[in-house]
Design a protein around this ligand. Structure first.
Ligand code: SF4
Ligand code: SF4
Length: 83
């Protein structure tokens, strides 16, 4: 599953540089995650790095974006071969 940022985001900027896939960017009002780039950090780290650093805990899994670990691994491999 990709992660999503809820409207509790306080725009603290802490998560953006932590994302190894550059999936996080500033949106119109709050930060956003591009679900096509988020691998739950699979391939890079054991834990989602953005969740680790967010001070207000506003980055849950997106229930509309269910993906298995295998699918996330495939996404990771595609992303590194495209970069
Ligand atoms: Fe980026 Fe990892 Fe957070 Fe996904 S879980 S947005 S890949 S830091
Ligand atoms: Fe928003 Fe949390 Fe990212 Fe800060 S770390 S910008 S509060 S999502």
């Amino acid at each position: 599953m990709a992660l999503m940022i809820t409207d509790e985001c306080i725009n603290c900027d802490v998560c953006e540089p932590e994302c190894p896939n550059k999936a996080i960017s500033q949106g119109a009002e709050i930060y956003e995650i591009d679900p096509d780039l988020c691998t739950e950090c699979v391939g890079h780290y054991n834990e989602p790095q953005c969740q680790q650093v967010c001070p207000v805990d506003c980055i849950p899994l997106d229930p509309d974006r269910k993906e298995s670990k295998d699918e996330l691994q495939q996404k990771y491999l595609k992303l590194i071969s495209a970069s």
